[in-house]
Design a protein around this ligand. Structure first.
Ligand code: HEC
Ligand code: HEC
Length: 330
């Protein structure tokens, strides 16, 4: 009797162990899904100097590509790069159990940069988060807002002017958590926004920037990891999920509510205070908010963003202080 019971327990144990091993093997062999059927957008680089200049403004300020793709040393130091045209990449984003992701080399070098890739391949990773091999590009998928065709063209036109810099960047190293969650991912296709050209001060321009190239909502909204990290709930209501303060692990940061509710930043701040905060640049060394780039935004664009944020429905979502001791509870 006892022996039968022991045999049963042992058999169950072996079965459970096999299941776990099987699951791990399955996740490891299937996480890298094939999204190569995602069409390459019909976008072509232009040599028009005005388009290139608009692209530079997007890359270095609004769309904050340079925040992540400048040389690793400057990303680490949260300092402006000595040469803003040097986007050799290489910075390692260490995301704990999700893995380590390396910012690509955006220079025109044919071997280590983007020199050999087509305009369509570049446009696809920026718009859909699908890389040149048809794979899910985690950071690109989750941190870039929808760009209009005009602005996507401008960004790629500017990238084509960058001088070649040799810098071989390692491939991403996916952690187990990311491999599991990759199964819930679908390449995103944000509704294309109506392009609102620069130069005017308006709620419409602010709406386009905050939901488009500046991507404010990508961090300032809640996300559901089991829906491919899709935004859940109202945009700009803040992200309750804290992140470690990269400068001091004893602290954590949350991206606050930006609505005009009394607990939201545009409810608490005047337009001038909002602009002044952006002009100050980085104050917390361990933050992910791309202050370095946003500091370069034109004043009319900042004012447009403020006016738009004032116009989004108020949400009284009080997330507490943006920086607090890790594990903070109300
Ligand atoms: C938050 C950081 C971040 C921002 C902002 C960012 N990138 Fe990236 N980018 C990455 C990382 C990390 C990778 C490596 C793949 C991945 O994890 O997405 C990458 C990969 C790429 C690639 C290579 C894709 C491939 O096929 O291998 C291109 C091209 C690119 N980024 C262009 C841009 C452009 C243009 C912008 C601005 C519109 C931008 N990135 C903004 C972090 C960023
Ligand atoms: C990559 C993530 C990310 C993006 C993109 C982002 N933010 Fe933030 N933001 C944060 C985090 C994290 C904080 C809290 C830490 C800090 O203040 O730096 C923050 C803080 C803020 C604050 C409060 C600053 C203070 O001093 O209290 C404002 C205002 C703000 N963001 C507005 C914006 C606007 C407007 C945009 C788009 C133009 C934007 N953010 C884009 C992550 C982000």
């Amino acid at each position: 009797m006892l022996r039968t019971l022991l045999r049963l327990v042992f058999a169950l144990f072996v079965l459970a162990a096999l299941l776990v091993v099987g699951l791990v093997v399955w996740v490891n062999s299937t996480y890298q899904r094939d999204f190569s059927a995602t069409p390459l957008p019909d976008i072509h680089a232009s040599q028009d100097p005005a388009v290139i200049a608009q692209g530079q403004y997007l890359v270095e300020a609004v769309a904050h590509c340079s925040e992540c793709h400048r040389p690793a040393y400057y990303v680490r130091k949260r300092q402006p790069s000595a040469d803003p045209t040097d986007l050799r990449g290489g910075y390692a984003f260490r995301a704990g159990p999700f893995g380590t992701f390396y910012a690509a080399n955006l220079s025109s070098d044919a071997q280590t940069g983007i020199g050999a890739w087509s305009d369509g391949q570049l446009a696809r990773v920026i718009r859909h988060g699908v890389d040149r091999n048809g794979h899910f590009a985690v950071f690109m998928a989750l941190s870039i807002g929808a760009l209009s065709d005009q602005d996507l063209t401008a960004v790629i036109s500017y990238l084509r002017t960058l001088p070649p810099t040799k810098n071989a960047v390692p491939g991403d190293r996916w952690g187990f958590a990311a491999k599991v969650l990759a199964h819930f991912y679908k390449p995103h296709d944000e509704p294309r926004l109506q392009h609102v050209p620069p130069g005017g001060l308006s709620v419409e321009r602010g709406r386009y920037l905050a939901n488009g190239p500046a991507g404010c909502y990508t961090c300032h909204s809640a996300r559901n990891p089991f829906h491919g990290f899709a935004i859940e709930g109202p945009r700009f209501a803040g992200n309750p999920q804290p992140e470690p303060d990269e400068a001091d692990a004893k602290f954590e940061l949350v991206a606050p509510n930006l609505s005009s509710d009394p607990v939201g930043r545009t409810g608490q701040w005047s337009e001038d205070k909002f602009v002044a905060r952006f002009k100050m640049g980085v104050t917390l060394r361990g933050t992910h908010m791309p202050w370095e780039s946003f500091q370069r935004m034109r004043e009319d664009d900042l004012r447009s963003i403020y006016r738009y944020l004032r116009s989004v429905p108020k949400v009284s979502n009080d997330l507490g202080p943006s920086r607090r001791l890790a594990g903070w509870k109300r």
